[in-house]
Design a protein around this ligand. Structure first.
Ligand code: ZN
Ligand code: ZN
Length: 520
């Protein structure tokens, strides 16, 4: 019976029918109590009724979809064999979706809170049954060193008193309300600041020999790097190649850009006390530049308070992206867009939802972060490895893959795109690097990608880059920079606050300190 429904599911893959079909499939093939517990525990199914029968098939199916999305599986809403494997995988015991941020989350990486300083102590209390304490200390030190440069952090080992981060091997019920479960499944968990404890399940066979095929030995270093991320304040990421992905994966070789951005956002703040001198300074310009750039942090809102129709205030927000299209300024934030014919003048009828303007864009696209106007006047929206091209009258013409822009296949998204008025080339940016593309010959210029540091004095990654009245502007967080194509660096009077210069927002005292440049 189940497999018959499954065939039907595949056949009827659209609209309401598929919802009904999935629901029936869940009824035919319901989750076990253990599987329901898993979904509750990791935040996919709301805690509530203790009797699982009171969950509707619909809500279970939605939870399965969330779980599939987080794990990077096709979101069928059905407990297929691939999905069921997740219940058995080795993983971290920390929740994937915090109920507070379940809906309002917009970044892929999620942060909780930092230590509020860059000097942090740690202590290893014991070794495991299979790993000596001295080896654990070495591996923890190596794991901390992976994170340190991205937050400008200094870690000091202490031996005789309470440390910020304490590392313990323990098993089963160990008094913190999150008992371990014997060999396999949950292998470790850690608590964010100001708690900072990291617990490793001593029922695992811990080793330091990363080999994915080795089902018996769990690689301590891989798990430690992940748990340190929690102890520094990061939550789980649904990006499989990030260290903060909740399921066990080896080997861990380097941090993903999401991990790095999360760390920067937590620790590279102007008001954060510096670590003492002896800290190894990093050469990375990303770190130096980003530290100049505060971002608005929005208060966490409970799910019940979320209002789908709430329109962000252009004066107090970040911007997903900004672009000039048909000589007008387009601003995107969440599902909304504003159009301005000139600075500070919002056109009538805005904001409106961008889906109303760009019809044909799939509904799963909830934000627009990368958009540009081609030289032929077409408008291209990038999302992941795909792009959607619209005519100048906003009609969908085609959907394509970014590989058509001769971007290497391993690049999973472009974060900013713009056509320079200086050389008519298209700049395609992926966080820290960019390519230069020639639309006339449809070829990539040689010598690319280059590092974003080539745009001197401009912080990166940038949220947006535009050409406005002959000048090049870069935007990041609430500020922007004007780039001088002759000096090949940002003008000295920048950054300036975006809201007060571009949008009709009242000047604040803080802003007046910057208002020395009359040129723009
Ligand atoms: Zn975790
Ligand atoms: Zn614990």
């Amino acid at each position: 019976m189940s497999s018959w429904w499954c065939v039907l599911c595949t056949l009827v893959a659209v609209g309401l029918s598929s919802v009904i079909c999935r629901t029936i499939f869940i009824e035919e093939n319901p989750p076990t109590p253990e599987e329901l517990n898993f979904m509750k525990r990791y935040g996919y199914l709301l805690e509530g009724p203790s009797d699982e029968k009171t969950y509707t098939s619909q809500s279970v199916s939605e939870s399965v979809k969330k779980m599939q999305q987080f794990a990077g599986l096709p979101q069928t809403g059905v407990l297929d064999p691939e999905t069921r494997k997740l219940f058995k995988k080795r993983r971290c015991g920390v929740k994937d979706i915090e109920s507070k941020t379940a809906k309002s989350r917009r970044r892929r990486y999620v942060i909780q809170q930092s230590w509020g300083r860059r000097s942090i102590s740690y202590r290893v209390l014991n070794g495991s049954s299979t790993l000596k304490k001295s080896r654990v200390e070495e591996l923890i030190a190596a794991g901390l060193a992976v994170w340190a440069p991205h937050g400008g952090l200094r870690f000091d080992a202490v031996d005789d008193h309470k440390a910020d981060i304490e590392v313990t091997f323990t098993s089963r019920d160990h008094g913190d309300g999150f008992p371990f479960d014997g060999p396999g499944r949950v292998v470790a968990h850690a608590f964010p600041p100001p708690h900072g404890s990291m617990h490793f399940d001593d029922d695992e066979l811990w080793g330091d020999n990363p080999d994915e095929d080795n089902e018996d030995v769990t690689d301590f270093f891989a798990v430690a790097v992940h748990e340190i991320g929690h102890a520094l304040g990061l939550s789980h990421s649904n990006v499989k190649s990030s260290v903060m992905y909740p399921y066990y994966q080896v080997p861990v070789e380097k941090l993903h850009i999401d991990d790095i951005l999360g760390m920067q956002e937590l620790y590279l703040k102007d008001d954060m006390p510096q670590a003492p001198e002896t800290v190894e300074s990093t050469e990375s310009t990303v770190v130096k530049h980003s530290s100049l750039v505060p971002r608005f942090t929005k208060p966490d809102r409970g799910e019940e308070e979320l209002d789908e129709d709430e329109i962000p205030d252009l004066c107090f927000t970040n911007y997903d992206t900004i672009q000039v299209i048909q000589n007008k300024i387009f601003v995107f934030e969440e599902e909304w867009m504003w159009v301005l014919s000139k600075r500070k003048q919002i056109d009538e009828g805005y904001p409106r939802r961008f889906h109303e303007a760009f019809r044909g864009l799939p509904p799963y696209i909830k934000v627009i972060k990368t958009i540009y106007e081609k030289r032929n006047g077409h408008i291209v929206i990038f999302h992941g490895r795909s792009f959607w091209e619209f005519s100048s009258r906003f009609r969908l013409i085609k959907r394509g893959r970014i590989s058509e822009y001769r971007i290497p296949p391993k690049v999973s998204e472009l974060t900013t795109a713009f056509v320079s008025n200086y050389n008519n080339k298209t700049y395609l940016i992926e966080y820290e690097r960019f390519w230069r593309f020639d639309e006339a010959t449809w070829t990539m210029d040689s010598g690319y990608p280059k590092e974003m540091s080539a745009w001197r004095q401009v912080p990166y990654p940038v949220d947006a880059a535009i050409i406005w009245q002959g000048d090049t502007f870069f935007f990041r967080g609430p500020r922007f920079w004007r780039f001088d194509n002759n000096l090949i660096q940002a003008h000295e009077y920048y950054p300036l606050p975006t809201a007060q210069i571009w949008f009709p927002c009242e000047e604040t005292d803080d802003m007046m300190r910057y208002a020395t440049n009359e040129e723009i």
